[in-house]
Ligand binder design. Structure first.
Ligand code: ZN
Length: 416
């Protein structure tokens, strides 16, 4: 494989030319960079908490703690979170950041700077919540923002950070139970004025479905449709509780789904209908989700988890194969994020490429089966736009030990 000017130039038998830097990968595996379609990097500050809770119980305990996070906390969490993603072969990550305490939106500057330091692409989802407890929402009032302030801040974040390549801004109200219908509609209009994509949580748990039926007399997908969000510029996180007709509607409209199998298992949310959604035409990608519900925060192990989840759901062993898991983690994720320049090893696409150690797989007849079903794996080399981000399993942009110590010190201060 040859790279030049940030793109893949050739794949297959490629002769060496004078001036080339050559990286030998004999016996290793090479894949396109993995794409993480859903994360909350700030949650690295609150791992190991609420381990026996469902989503609403977990959120209710954690919202007040998250409300204490300052910009430097978010930066510290993002650096560790992006570093762990990079080491696990992720070259593009979507971060859904919906907590902006004291309306200090410099957190988005910190997130963008952290991505630049680590060296991977960031789809920066300017999240938001405007429905506090006193108005019937789940989050406490002090962690929600005012609608007009959210829209003005989103415009600022787009102006400051969106370059369409390394940092891509997305407009992302948090979830049906923490935002008003007005915010959903205004966000869609704002995103479409700028040609940007939309993201939100949807149909994660049955509690959410009951809440939507109680407050609006509508199921979550119907609500989404009422708000103009059933469209191909939208991808939703989780998408667990869809009936047959909803799967067909979402597939026909091209709504993407960020499948987060470990997080769904941890919170006992249910199992996403990945096979049905893909068959209906919906792009499906993988997400680690925040580290408060997926303590590992690494993308490569999610391939195995997605295979296990699909087979457990179908109670069939042939329903989802290792190649399906890799497709979700690469092409499927790129489609969710609207990136036709990522997700495949083809000339002309971005040189986002991962080299995985293969020395333990020499006896495995299908290396892809070994990669997906075998032990968790860290990348040997990671390239983003042809630039090395990880070399010989070492992160180049920052010292991970220092980042971890800083994170631990900050995290301990949050708890009495
Ligand atoms: Zn989430």
């Amino acid at each position: 494989m040859a790279f030049g000017d940030g793109r893949i130039v050739a794949v297959g038998s490629v002769p060496e030319e004078p001036g080339d830097e050559v990286v030998r990968c004999d016996g290793d595996l090479i894949t396109a960079g993995l794409v993480n379609t859903h994360h909350h990097l700030y949650q690295w500050m609150t791992r190991g908490r609420c381990v026996g809770c469902d989503l609403f119980g977990w959120l209710t305990e954690l919202y007040p703690v998250w409300g204490k996070l300052d910009v430097e906390d978010v930066r510290a969490a993002a650096l560790v979170g992006l570093a762990e993603l990079a080491r696990s072969g992720c070259t593009t990550a979507a971060d859904h950041h919906y907590l902006v305490p004291r309306a200090d939106d410099s957190v988005f500057d910190a997130l963008a700077e952290a991505a630049t330091t680590i060296g991977i692409r960031l789809h920066l989802a300017r999240g938001s919540m405007d429905l506090g407890e006193s108005d019937g929402g789940l989050p406490p009032d002090h962690v929600v923002e005012d609608l007009d302030a959210i829209l003005a801040s989103t415009e600022r974040v787009i102006e400051r950070h969106h370059d369409g390549e390394r940092i891509v801004v997305t407009v992302a109200p948090c979830s049906p139970f923490s935002v008003t219908p007005e915010l959903m509609k205004e966000s869609a209009a704002l995103a479409r004025r700028h040609g940007l994509r939309l993201h939100t949580h949807l149909a994660e748990t049955l509690d959410e479905e009951r809440d939507a039926l109680q407050r609006f007399g509508r199921r979550p997908v119907d609500l989404l449709e009422d708000l103009g969000w059933v469209a191909d510029d939208v991808w939703v996180a989780h998408g667990v509780h869809f009936d047959d007709a909803e799967v067909t509607r979402l597939g026909a409209a091209g709504v993407g789904v960020a499948h987060c199998p470990s997080s769904n298992a941890r919170l006992a949310a249910g199992m996403c209908r990945v096979v049905d959604l893909e068959r209906a035409g919906a792009p499906v990608g993988l997400g680690v989700d925040g580290a408060a519900s997926n303590e590992a925060g690494r993308l490569q192990p999610e391939l195995r988890q997605s295979l296990y989840t699909a087979r457990q759901r179908a109670t069939r062993p042939d329903t989802f194969l290792p190649a399906d898991a890799l497709r979700l983690a690469t092409e499927g994720g790129a489609r969710c994020l609207g990136r036709d320049d990522l997700g495949r090893l083809e000339p002309g696409l971005c040189a986002d490429v991962v080299v995985w150690p293969g020395d333990d797989l020499a006896d495995v007849p299908d290396p892809l089966a070994g990669f997906v079903l075998g032990p968790d794996r860290l990348a040997r080399h990671v390239f983003v736009g042809g630039d090395a981000v990880v070399r010989d399993e070492e992160l180049l942009g920052a010292d991970l030990g220092t980042l971890r110590r800083d994170l631990a010190e900050r995290s301990r201060r949050l708890w009495p």
